[in-house]
Ligand binder design. Structure first.
Ligand SMILES: [Zn+2]
Ligand SMILES: [Zn+2]
Length: 510
């Protein structure tokens, strides 16, 4: 490992009353100014609790658009002004000094003026057209303050736990994993580097692991990387993950004191207990290699199964054109994309084209966590009543009885950009893909690429909805199953990355 590796701050515990931990060896506890608070003993459990705290003062605004450069941002601001929408410009992100130069990931956010309350901001964002484009953002007017009680001592504002021996690890108790997903539970996690305990915006405790980005990467990837995976796939995936980290640090959690959370929202990080040799090998072989586009590290998104056509960034997130996240066929089949009509998407789903992620045609190892023959093409059926209950759970019952679902605009991969949910009392427009997937399932529908078939009862009203779909996940960027098959077919990691991230180049940054 070289000493130019950037470090990253991961929010392991995002909100808690107490944080309990043990250290493999002796440690020193510092306050946030670097003054020693106490010396800790090996293998003794310590519990940090809140002595007193004051939550952050927050104003709520709505982010209307994102731009990579100032010129575009100001042009957007002029357009909003013409529509009588007053805006301000934010500049979240960070820059890193690396041996090869400075890497900067700042971007411009065009935000409204502050609203009276969170509800008012949320209401505005919900009503905003085009749907799925506006998001509530927090402006921290005054950051939370507080003091922590630990081992009979008081630490103002926060505490850093640093093992005396750099190889010693910290055992952090009660870390919640799978937040909002059906596998949610808590477990103790083993973390390297340092543990920082400080206050989140609610005035509750946050537990942050600060470690070098390569170790983080090895751990993040270990859950999915075994010796069953071809090494070239692992290398491609490692570079995509590394690039995403450097490209998004400081933006996903712009309002908190960590860069990334440890859950699915960012990338799953469960400590270093289960590091796989395959993951370590892939990281070491590609250390410091990143995808770049015009001097910026690429936010190289990836998902499980695209379904045959990679989706365009703008169809899933904000409306930007990102030149390295553009649609394309995931293989040699001739597919007449964009799949923007109901006929085209129905035909595409029913015909199961010969693409890399076609798990009916190409077998992948049964030991891989995403080995699944049923998610390249799938069907989910609901009785009208069942679906109505799922939707009312999310929207409240003001829409009344569910009458129908009407597909709206589709992205190039066939994923719905929005959909209308028609109720007796009102019609609600839902978008973009993640919101649609949440709306149509107790957890998440596999993807937003589906067409709808309906069984009718004698009176002609809908009895059952059949959603016939393709793929798993948002489909933008690297398709994990497709990339696995490419590697099995003999493509190397550079070819795989070129296929999924067009117009990008591979650069060793440290
Ligand atoms: Zn996150
Ligand atoms: Zn694919």
């Amino acid at each position: 490992m070289n000493n130019h590796i950037p470090s990253v701050r991961i929010g392991m515990i995002q909100s808690a009353e107490t944080i309990a931990f043990k250290c493999q060896g002796p440690f020193r506890a510092f306050d946030l100014h670097g003054n020693e608070v106490f010396k800790g003993k090996e293998n003794k459990e310590y519990v940090a609790s809140i002595q007193d705290s004051v939550p952050s003062e927050i104003a709520y605004r709505v982010r209307l658009a994102i731009a990579d450069d100032l010129e575009v941002a100001e042009e957007l601001q002029r357009e909003f002004k013409d529509n009588r929408q007053k805006t301000d410009l934010w500049y979240p992100g960070l820059s890193l000094d690396l041996p090869t130069g400075k890497i900067d990931n700042h971007e411009y956010w065009i935000v409204t003026e502050p609203f009276e309350s969170l509800d008012a901001a949320q209401e505005f964002a919900n009503q905003y057209e085009p749907v799925g484009q506006a998001f509530v953002v927090k402006e921290i007017l005054k950051r939370s303050t507080g003091s922590i009680n630990i081992d009979g001592q008081t630490a103002e504002q926060g505490l850093v736990i640093a093992p005396v021996h750099p190889d010693h690890v910290i055992y952090l108790a009660d870390v919640m994993v799978g937040i909002e997903f059906h596998w949610q539970h808590t477990r103790t996690q083993t973390i390297p580097g340092r543990l920082e305990i400080n206050f989140n915006n609610l005035g509750k405790l946050a537990g942050i692991n600060e470690l070098d980005v390569e170790t983080y990467l090895i751990s993040v990837n270990s859950s999915e990387m075994t010796s069953e995976n071809p090494l070239e796939l692992l290398k491609a995936q490692t570079i995509a993950a590394r690039s995403t980290i450097l490209a998004t640090m400081g933006k996903h959690h712009y309002d908190e004191l960590y860069h990334l959370c440890s859950d699915d929202h960012c990338q799953c990080y469960h400590g270093i207990e289960h590091i796989s040799d395959a993951s370590r090998q892939a990281a070491q072989d590609t250390e410091g290699e990143n995808l770049l586009y015009e001097g910026r590290v690429c936010d190289s998104r990836y998902a499980k199964i695209c379904g045959g056509v990679m989706e365009d960034y703008g169809a899933v997130w904000d409306d930007r054109h990102i030149p390295y996240l553009v649609p394309g066929v995931d293989g040699n089949a001739e597919i007449d994309y964009p799949l923007d009509t109901e006929e085209k998407v129905t035909d595409y789903i029913d015909n199961k084209p010969d693409v890399y992620c076609n798990t009916i045609k190409y077998a992948i190892s049964s030991k891989l966590p995403y080995n699944t023959t049923e998610l390249f093409r799938w069907t989910v059926s609901y009785s009208r009543k069942e679906l109505e209950e799922i939707i009312q759970e999310k929207l409240g019952d003001e829409m009344g009885e569910l009458i129908d679902l009407i597909p709206g605009e589709r992205g190039p991969s066939g994923r719905l950009v929005y959909m209308d949910v028609v109720g007796v009392h009102k019609t609600v427009r839902v978008g973009k893909e993640l919101q649609i997937r949440r709306m149509l399932s107790k957890s998440h529908l596999y993807s937003a690429c589906f067409y709808i078939a309906r069984d009718l009862d004698d009176s002609g009203s809908i009895k059952t909805f059949h959603l016939h779909g393709a793929g798993w996940g948002h489909g933008v960027g690297l398709c994990q199953v497709g990339a696995t098959v490419m590697a099995q077919l003999g493509f190397d990691y550079k070819e795989i990355l070129r296929h999924y991230y067009k117009n990008s180049s591979l650069v060793k940054l440290y």
